[in-house]
Design a protein. Structure first.
Length: 306
């Protein structure tokens, strides 16, 4: 987190309608970034604008990396991210004179999804998942993933390099961000395309945010992952919140800029987002912050608005 000084500018707490001068809150909040976080922020925006009809909150999708690029170019007030900001991105913002705060807003599991006809891959180790996705000599047939698996060609689906999901998965599974086989179907920022790809091919697998997997119903299936304790754990709200679904449980973030926080409507939106994170997450099909994460976000918010 870079140094940041901001104040609330006299806005009421979320639910209030007036600024310090007694005028109705108005203006715009410009947000861009992660395709994973966008559905969450869209819910936050809809709920917020229902209380503050004079404010227009726009939510676009450029991927976590693309969002940070726009953010550091001072094109947006808030950047959404499905991973923490990288050292290179932080340096770019610093060089441009952009300070920011990092606020957790929800949790999400990253699921390894397979076709429902796949009745052999019930629980996979990290090494087995990596064997399919590693950059050097990845296996291309399920029979080579584990003895006893069928002779079935593997088709891979995953997001592009601008996605925070891409960075998170490659680091967690292959040990290095960006390390991945070139032989996969790059779905860009469209996670639903990965859902459709896996749903249409018995041998397919992809890494997909849990919220999209849950929304897909029985068209795809999330496999269990062997965690660091050697336990096979399925992705769920409980296992993501308690940390047992590792290494593919993750926190999601928003990054408001110092310039953005000079605008009362941005401060009010950030306050609303954090103070109502549990309702927003559940409405959008995500996982709320656990108590420790919520306290961190609440304390960070208090520093921003003091």
């Amino acid at each position: 987190m870079l140094p940041l000084a901001a104040c609330s500018g006299g806005t009421e707490t979320p639910g209030g309608e007036a600024t310090e001068g007694g005028e109705e809150l108005s203006g715009s909040v410009v947000i861009d970034g992660s395709s994973t976080v966008a559905p969450l922020t869209e819910v936050a925006a809809e709920l917020f604008m229902a209380e503050h009809p004079g404010v227009q909150v726009s939510v676009a999708v450029s991927g976590t990396g693309g969002g940070f690029e726009k953010f550091c170019n001072q094109e947006t007030d808030i950047s959404e991210a499905s991973r923490v900001i990288s050292e290179e991105e932080s340096a770019a913002c610093e060089a441009a004179g952009v300070s920011y705060a990092e606020l957790g807003v929800a949790n999400d599991g990253l699921a390894v999804a397979v076709n429902p006809e796949n009745d052999w891959a019930e629980c996979l180790t990290v090494d087995e998942v990596s064997s399919m996705w590693r950059p050097d000599e990845p296996v291309t047939n399920w029979a080579d993933v584990r003895d006893g698996f069928p002779d079935e060609e593997i088709t891979l689906y995953g997001p592009g390099t601008d996605s925070g999901t891409f960075g998170y998965f490659t680091e967690a599974i292959n040990g290095e961000e960006g390390a991945i086989t070139p032989d996969y179907n790059d779905i860009g920022e469209d996670d639903n395309a990965a859902v459709q790809g896996v749903a249409g091919d018995a041998g397919a697998t992809g890494y997909i945010p849990l919220s999209f997997v849950n929304e897909a119903g029985d068209t795809i299936r999330a496999v269990e992952i062997e965690n660091e304790a050697g336990e096979c754990v399925a992705p769920s709200e409980e296992t993501v919140m308690d940390g047992s679904y590792n290494p593919l449980g993750r926190q999601l973030y928003i990054y408001p800029s110092d310039a953005g926080l000079e605008k009362p409507e941005v401060v009010a939106f950030v306050e609303f987002y954090i103070e109502n994170q549990a309702e927003i997450a559940q409405t959008a099909g995500f996982i709320p912050l656990n108590p420790e994460q919520e306290q961190v976000a609440t304390d960070a918010l208090a520093e921003l608005t003091m």
